[in-house]
Design a protein around this ligand. Structure first.
Ligand SMILES: *Cc1c(COP(=O)(O)O)cnc(C)c1O
Length: 364
């Protein structure tokens, strides 16, 4: 069996260090907002050659706190891709703002910069880009539009740790870079965790208040805050894995290269472009008989996933919220996409086996 993913195997190389860290943690007895969170924030900032990182509880909160930091008015519009995980859209709604969905480019699967301009109205205040599946959005035209219309940019980097566009890291383009360290992400904790990269000292202090009841100084509450702290133990585990992020990404890129080279042309593969350093959080292909293909691979002991089976416009939760329900490009991606095994726990041999089986699918 080649499973889609095995978190246990993926974390095996780090287990001894996790255990010794946990022993230190018990010895120390400091559980919330301690040295480990502060150190991780510094190290994650240094990785990005940036100054300000604020650890938070999860990726959804990283998006919500970034939006709250901007102090938008109720009903202001935020542009977001129609092809994304629902968390991005939920963050906008939770902040009392209106999500305006924009279709992806059919080759990159990321928000189509050409369609953003048409979606901008006098109420638009921000563009929330999502670097989906590990590939950055085409940021140059998006940054141009944001400048022209004075819009904030919030990057959903939950799937893009270490991804680059024109040599620059995801999370360093916009006003805020929101990260999730959910266990399956390229940099994954052993539980929930998240962080926000920001550009200014004032946003930094605002975010530090927001995550901790509105207080940076104990018992002095400057804003209406949340409880959304990065857990001290999770921060200590993330500190063990962060130095290996580039190695994890390189491994996933090596596996993806095997797919790119060896899968036959009946599968639509991710578009290759030298401007984009794709870290393949998800390696997906499109195929018109996706469900049959998934079943066929299952019969051959190969696990796959679908990211995602139900597009946002078809989610019951969003039926009274969205302005339109007609997103054919996103709908088609959702119907045809299949995510193949491509994790730190897989070997090149695994991937050759998957390609071999897949290339015989048409014979079925
Ligand atoms: C995982 C993910 C999130 C949410 O992260 P959590 O840590 O689970 O809250 C947000 N956006 C995208 C694109 C994601 O993949």
């Amino acid at each position: 069996m080649i499973p889609y993913e095995s978190l246990k195997i993926l974390n095996l190389p780090f287990e001894e260090k996790f255990k010794s860290k946990f022993a230190d943690f018990l010895d120390k007895g400091w559980y919330i907002l301690g040295e480990e969170v502060a150190q991780f924030e510094q190290e994650f900032a240094a990785y990005h050659q940036e100054n300000y990182v604020v650890g938070v509880a999860n990726g959804l909160d990283a998006l919500i706190l970034s939006l709250q930091c901007c102090k938008f008015q109720k009903g202001d519009e935020v542009i977001v891709p129609s092809n994304t995980y629902i968390a991005t859209i939920l963050a906008i709604i939770q902040c009392g703002l209106t999500p305006v969905l924009v279709e992806p480019d059919s080759h990159t699967y990321n928000i189509d910069p050409k369609l953003i301009a048409r979606a901008i109205t006098p109420k638009t205040v921000a563009i929330m880009v999502v670097h989906l599946y590990g590939q950055c959005c085409e940021m140059d035209p998006i940054l141009g539009l944001a400048k022209q219309h004075q819009l904030k940019i919030i990057e959903d980097c939950a799937q893009a740790h270490g991804a680059k566009y024109k040599g620059k890291l995801a999370g360093t383009f916009g006003d805020f870079g929101a990260f999730s360290f959910y266990p399956t992400k390229n940099l994954g904790a052993l539980g929930d965790a998240g962080a926000i990269l920001c550009r200014t000292e004032s946003d930094y202090h605002q975010l530090r208040q927001l995550r901790n009841y509105g207080s940076e100084k104990k018992y002095h509450n400057g804003v209406i805050g949340y409880n959304s702290r990065l857990d001290e133990l999770q921060a200590s585990f993330l500190r063990i894995k962060l130095p290996h992020l580039d190695e994890i990404n390189a491994h996933k890129r090596k596996l993806a290269a095997i797919y790119n080279e060896h899968l036959n042309a009946s599968f639509i593969k991710p578009k290759l472009d030298a401007d984009f350093h794709n870290v393949y959080h998800i390696y997906n292909i499109l195929h018109p008989k996706r469900d049959q293909l998934k079943q066929y691979l299952q019969e051959h002991q190969i696990g796959t996933e679908i990211h995602y089976p139900v597009p946002p416009q078809d989610q019951v939760a969003l039926k009274d919220v969205l302005q339109s329900f007609d997103y054919p490009i996103s709908a088609k991606i959702h119907q045809q996409t299949l995510s193949l095994p491509c994790s730190f726990a897989h070997t090149a041999e695994d991937i050759f086996r998957v390609t071999e089986v897949m290339n015989k699918f048409h014979l079925k």
